[in-house]
Ligand binder design. Sequence first.
Ligand code: SF4
Ligand code: FES
Length: 198
Amino acid sequence: MRDKIKIYINNKEFEGNLNETILDVAKRNSIHISTLCYHEKIKPHGACRLCLVEIKKQSKSRLVASCAYPIENDLLVFTESPRVDEVKKNLTELYMAIYPYHPEIIKLAKKYNITKTRYHKLNEYCILCGLCVRYCAEVKGLNAIGFVGRGINKKVTFVPDSSYFKHCINCMECSDICPTGVFPSNFGIERIPQVSDS
Ligand code: SF4
Ligand code: FES
């Protein structure tokens, strides 16, 4: 028999299994939490922070990435607290500067009534979530792509000390997994997102 874990999301009781995350339980119970860098086949990395929720334990509270945080008994989780909203408003503005076309970003911008961003707009579209890199390594068992550079120069590219043809099998699955559709357009293959007028 599997151990059951009792948690509370927005003051309602839910049951989860050992090794499940807050996001797993929320998804199974149709509680919406925004995500950008989550993929069910890949170990969560907490990269985009869009899935932040507030947790309370022993009268202490903090924000955690729900996609990576394992559930524990009697954990109190709040998906829409003032603290969560404050950080998510800021993240929404940040992602609006990088990739405003993602459905989650559009939804959050509407929710928080944000029409413009204070951040400098980029034309890169890569949110550096690392999904393509992790997918290539974890699911395909290859290491064809990786991060290079630091800070504002950080980017995804084919692993510099290896040849593209040596590691890449040209499956193009990295392009399907990329939440912004940018990869691998940076390598000359066009996957530029469509801007909707609606
Ligand atoms: S190319 Fe796409 S999947 Fe890869 S890090 Fe950038 S946004 Fe994420
Ligand atoms: S979806 Fe959890 S950090 Fe990106």
